[in-house]
Design a binder for this molecule. Structure first.
Ligand SMILES: [Zn+2]
Length: 261
């Protein structure tokens, strides 16, 4: 079963040669719009490969439901996003690697569910991100600091007042691409987790000037990726793939996920 890797800035998709040779290139039409092109890479001895989807945030980002639907239609069970984030916490700085462990959804114009008709979106957000993928990230990127993520939709940056407010709420880092994706993935019984790269400071902090630290951190994440993907348990032990068992048993959702709405 292939994985889906969602790549937002600052990771250049061409930097992924270590995940294997390019074996396929595909665009997918979904009920929520087209997705892709997605590139599939596979190492010669690997049973599974990875689909890679560049993802550059608002205002150009795809309808998040299209992304999740495309992943499902490719037979993907696990989505790992890598995203550049703004460091709101005073002790986060450019080049830090972080692991989102919880989130605050501050988006205002994004779809919040696949299930406007059936009401099958009453899904627990505990845990907010897939435990299997998060454990693999902790194991192979031990420096990744656990953070509470604030999902915004931009494209503008936050104001200094907003940065202070977000921090008072408990948020450590802000980004554009993990919500609503993470909870829409849950609705479709997919695993979702992310690695964050701090690329800037919040607007109320002193500006951080680059000295190559983001590039170094990106390389560290990319080097850990093959081990992270290879160490994911098969079958999953996290339970994400059974989140709709109850809705199926109650007859709220049919067996064929393509008919879910
Ligand atoms: Zn999972």
């Amino acid at each position: 079963m292939p994985h889906l890797l969602i790549l937002a800035q600052p990771v250049p998709p061409r930097s992924l040669e270590m995940l294997g040779d390019l074996t396929e290139d595909r665009a997918i039409d979904t009920p929520f719009g087209p997705v892709g092109p997605l590139a599939r890479r596979r190492q010669p001895d690997a049973a599974t490969g990875v689909w890679i989807l560049p993802y550059f945030g608002s205002p150009t980002r795809t309808d998040p439901r299209a992304t999740i639907w495309a992943a499902k239609s490719l037979g993907v069970q696990r989505i790992l996003a890598i995203e550049g984030m703004v460091g709101l916490a005073h002790d986060l700085t450019r080049g830090d690697i972080v692991l989102p462990v919880d989130y605050i959804d501050w988006t205002k114009h994004q779809p919040t569910t696949f299930f406007e008709q059936s009401g099958a979106g009453y899904i627990s957000q505990k845990p907010p991100f897939c435990p299997d993928i998060s454990a693999a990230i902790r194991e192979h990127l031990p420096a990744a600091r656990p953070v509470i993520y604030l999902g915004d939709e931009g494209p503008r940056h936050e104001t200094a007042a907003e940065a202070r407010m977000f921090r008072q709420w408990g948020a450590h880092a802000r980004g554009l691409n993990l919500v609503p994706e993470t909870y829409l993935a849950k609705e479709m019984e997919l695993c979702f987790a992310a690695i964050g790269l701090i690329t800037a400071h919040g607007a109320d902090r002193e500006r951080a000037y680059g000295k190559g630290e983001v590039r170094r951190a990106t390389r560290e994440v990319l080097q850990a990726l093959p081990a992270i993907l290879a160490s994911l348990p098969h079958p999953p032990t996290c339970g994400c793939n059974h989140l709709q068992d109850g809705a199926r048993q109650r007859g709220v959702l049919p067996d064929d996920w393509r008919e879910w709405k």
